[in-house]
Design a protein around this ligand. Structure first.
Ligand code: GLN
Ligand code: ZN
Length: 785
């Protein structure tokens, strides 16, 4: 033993620390894999572009894994996760482990290599990628397993074992993390061609043998713990689904001998039935719960008790946000829990994998010291977890705790956080309803008198192609390399080009093209008070793609108009109506790191009031059509049905607040990027926009089926007529065909013709012919009506 540790004395008593040399009971559910400066992203993209070798990619990845393990080990974490690294996605890793490769990728057995793996993730020249969907209510997307009754499961990726060994070689004993078998199946979908959907859980007996092989191999390699992530346990599960957990873990029990098993849940509270089911399983050593989002689980543990002799992994450090933990409050919670589960059975943990937060605050060079003191990214959260575990074991780092308490206090009392006027205005909204005075059909009539649009009016969603030149101009202006005048002229020229193009194409309601915007949330956040921005606060969205959410730290207000200058300039260039273009409050909220010191709805109401001012200024400046994008409204929908109505209520209310004060003749549009909102259609109607444009073309008309089933819709609606995510140019006939299908279920007088979403990721060589065909199709059908 190093001499130094023998000489250190605890600050509390004179007992030497030697007595407590064991690592503190601390655990981390998972860690970001991208690296502090997105090293993995760049390594992946360079490999995909053929600019570097597989060995280069493996080297970068190995370095990342090793530095993460070392960092956690140095911090003193006892239960360090492995197999939380992934070249693309952890669910795809599970698919590889189980050898559940869909036939079209032509895999012929053996260990799955990069070729097959990345073909499933991204498609290849001849085969499209597997489907991707949102991971619970996060902004992370996983690759959806495609299973059929005859899917053969074989042990085809030894990644979990090799990562365990890799860490072991560094002298670090880790906890290998596997997606649990039940969650894996519940997140899968029946493969195409499986005509009748079959019960996915019927495959349970087929996947378990592979899990057994993996467990045996992990044990042989020396693993003493294994973590099964079963986050579906926080969902509304029926008795049959819950039974699957009992079946799965009873069947695995015999292979668990000599091994400690942790069942980890996250993202919400665990309903009491599910809690009962898992805590009565034999052969499981510990259970992990999200105690940040799952405050009801906390009550459940206290009221229903906890199985004797088992470990409770208490997720008190928030893995979904960037705020420093309130250590004193967490320690209180932990003390309460210790009284329930017993002294040696409590493990301090994160609420979920830290992959949903930013990586390391150390790399934030532009945040001021005060705001920085309020934050903790993944690297800092690891330290927090351990500090709590130490405190629980009687070795509280007083200096660390008091610095934390000081930061908590400064955040509470900072004038940068609280703006009395905003607080008052937002409080005044509570309990009241905000609606436009006139009903939508009367408004549409009033608007039509002014706008005089043809039937099946055409429009686009907002952005036009973002060229390299444009990005350079914005960058140079930001860096003070070009003057304001030069910048304004460059943007003005671009707007003019976009306006002229739309006039040539004969589009009816124009847009300015959004050349001044880098991102639809950041652009507004930068002009609102209460927002801060990071330079490296990236969070993985899918594969190599990351997002950098703004941080909402204070009461939100709008010091000055944000878009009026550009929108009025654009309107002055044309006699066509020019749409004002705003991002809605719910989308700004859902795509930011939000405050945890007030409910989400309060922050949302504040943003709504700021956007309301902008709407009214646009109207006063003569803009007659204003689009308020709510691209992310559906994303914020809570996982549990019991909480959805409340969310939808305040989200929809926030949207209405932004535009309840405009004249009947001002036309309010909104736009959504989801076609998958059949279940929330009544909330969408309740938003009471005059026109809604929505993604539609990729969803086999799922959207139209709502109207076919008789949902009454009286406002304007523009289901996208072509997919802007693909470079493919749709023909006039194809678009006309689509519009015809819409006309079969929607009245012609409410139908609009537009693409699925903004055009910013496309090239002009794609946009021009596509829009030409779109306008031709609209004209063709107008003649026939
Ligand atoms: N107005 C935005 C655009 O066209 C909308 C983007 C979105 O819906 N994601 O780019
Ligand atoms: Zn969109």
């Amino acid at each position: 033993w190093p001499l130094s540790s023998l000489l250190v004395f605890s600050s509390y008593s004179s007992r030497p620390l030697l007595l407590h040399r064991r690592k503190m009971a601390s655990h981390v559910v998972g860690y970001p894999r991208m690296g502090p400066k997105r090293e993995l992203k760049f390594a992946l993209e360079s490999f995909w572009d053929g600019k570097s070798s597989a060995a280069d990619l493996q080297k970068v990845s190995q370095d990342l894994r090793c530095s993460i393990w070392k960092q956690m080990s140095d911090a003193g974490v006892k239960y360090i996760p492995s197999n939380t690294f992934s070249y693309y996605d952890q669910v795809l890793d599970a698919t590889a482990m189980l050898g559940a490769v869909p036939q079209r990728y032509g895999w012929s057995g053996g260990e799955i290599g990069f070729d097959t793996y990345f073909s499933m993730a991204r498609g290849n020249a001849s085969v499209p990628a597997m489907e991707m969907t949102k991971w619970f209510d996060t902004n992370y997307h996983y690759i959806v397993p495609e299973l059929a009754p005859d899917t053969k499961f074989t042990y085809a990726s030894h990644k979990a074992v090799s990562e365990y060994k890799e860490a072991k070689a560094l002298g670090i004993d880790t906890v290998p993390v596997l997606i649990g078998p039940v969650t894996y199946l519940l997140l899968s979908k029946p493969a195409k061609g499986v005509e009748k959907a079959f019960p996915l859980l019927s495959l349970l007996g087929n996947v378990l043998p592979v899990y057994k092989e993996v467990i045996a191999e992990l044990k042989a390699a020396g693993a003493s713990w294994v973590q099964f992530d079963e986050p579906t346990l926080v969902m509304d599960l029926d008795a049959h689904q819950l039974e699957a957990f009992t079946k799965a873990y009873s069947e695995l029990e015999s292979s668990f001998s000599g091994l400690n098993v942790l069942i980890e849940t996250y993202f919400a509270d665990v309903p009491s039935e599910a809690y009962k089911t898992i805590t009565s399983l034999n052969g499981i050593s510990g259970f992990g719960f999200d105690l940040v989002r799952g405050t009801k689980t906390l009550d459940l543990i206290k009221s229903s008790g906890f199985p004797i002799g088992k470990y409770l992994f208490a997720g008190v450090v928030d893995g979904r946000n960037i705020w420093a933990n309130d250590l004193a409050a967490s320690l209180n919670t932990l003390n309460d829990l210790e009284a329930v589960v017993g002294k040696d059975k409590l493990v301090v943990s994160t609420s979920c994998s830290l992959m949903h937060t930013a990586v390391d605050l150390v790399n934030e060079t532009k945040l001021d010291a005060e705001i920085k003191s309020w934050l903790a990214f993944a690297a800092q959260k690891v330290v927090e977890v351990n500090a709590l575990a130490k405190a629980l074991a009687g070795h509280k780092d007083e200096a660390f705790f008091s610095a934390n308490a000081a930061a908590q206090a400064s955040r509470k009392s900072s004038p940068r956080v609280t703006n009395q006027e905003v607080q008052k205005a937002a409080a005044a909204l509570k309990g009241s309803d905000h609606r436009r005075a006139t009903d939508v059909s009367a408004r549409l009539d009033a608007q039509q008198k002014k706008l005089n649009l043809p039937i099946l009016p055409t429009t686009t969603i907002g952005s036009f192609p973002q060229t390299m030149d444009l990005r350079r101009v914005r960058r140079e202006y930001k860096a003070n390399k070009i003057s304001e005048e030069e910048y304004v002229n460059a943007i003005k020229e671009e707007i003019n080009k976009v306006v002229k193009l739309q006039e040539e194409l004969d589009i009816d309601v124009l847009v300015h093209g959004e050349p001044e915007r880098n991102d639809m949330v950041e652009y507004f956040g930068e002009q609102l008070s209460g927002f801060a921005f990071t330079v490296n606060g990236w969070v993985q969205s899918y594969g190599s793609r990351c997002v950098k959410p703004p941080i909402i730290y204070g009461d939100v207000s709008r010091p000055r108009p944000m878009t009026v200058f550009w929108s009025s300039m654009a309107q002055s260039m044309t006699s066509h109506p020019m749409k004002g273009m705003l991002t809605g409050p719910v989308t700004i909220l859902n795509w930011s790191f939000v405050r945890n010191d007030q409910p989400r709805f309060e922050t949302c109401y504040q943003i709504a009031l700021a956007i309301k001012k902008e709407v009214e200024d646009l109207e006063a400046a003569g803009i007659q059509v204003i689009q308020i994008d709510e691209a992310a409204l559906r994303e914020g929908l809570p996982l549990r049905k019991s909480e959805q109505a409340f969310y939808l209520d305040w989200a929809v209310h926030s949207f209405r607040i932004t535009n309840c004060g405009v004249k009947d003749t001002t036309q309010i549009h909104t736009h959504m990027c989801y076609s998958n909102f059949n279940d929330i259609i009544h909330s969408i109607i309740d938003m009471d926009a005059d026109v809604i444009t929505i993604e539609n073309s990729r969803s086999d008309e799922k959207l139209l089926s709502v109207f076919r089933e008789g949902v009454k819709y009286g406002a304007g609606i523009g289901p996208g007529v072509y997919d802007i995510h693909s470079p493919r140019i749709p023909s006039t006939e194809e678009i006309a065909d689509r519009i015809n299908k819409m006309l079969a279920v929607l009245e012609s007088k409410i139908l609009w013709v537009n693409p699925d979403c903004g055009l910013k990721t496309r090239k002009y060589t794609e946009v021009k012919p596509a829009l030409t065909n779109m306008v031709s199709a609209a004209k063709l059908l107008r003649e026939q009506l």
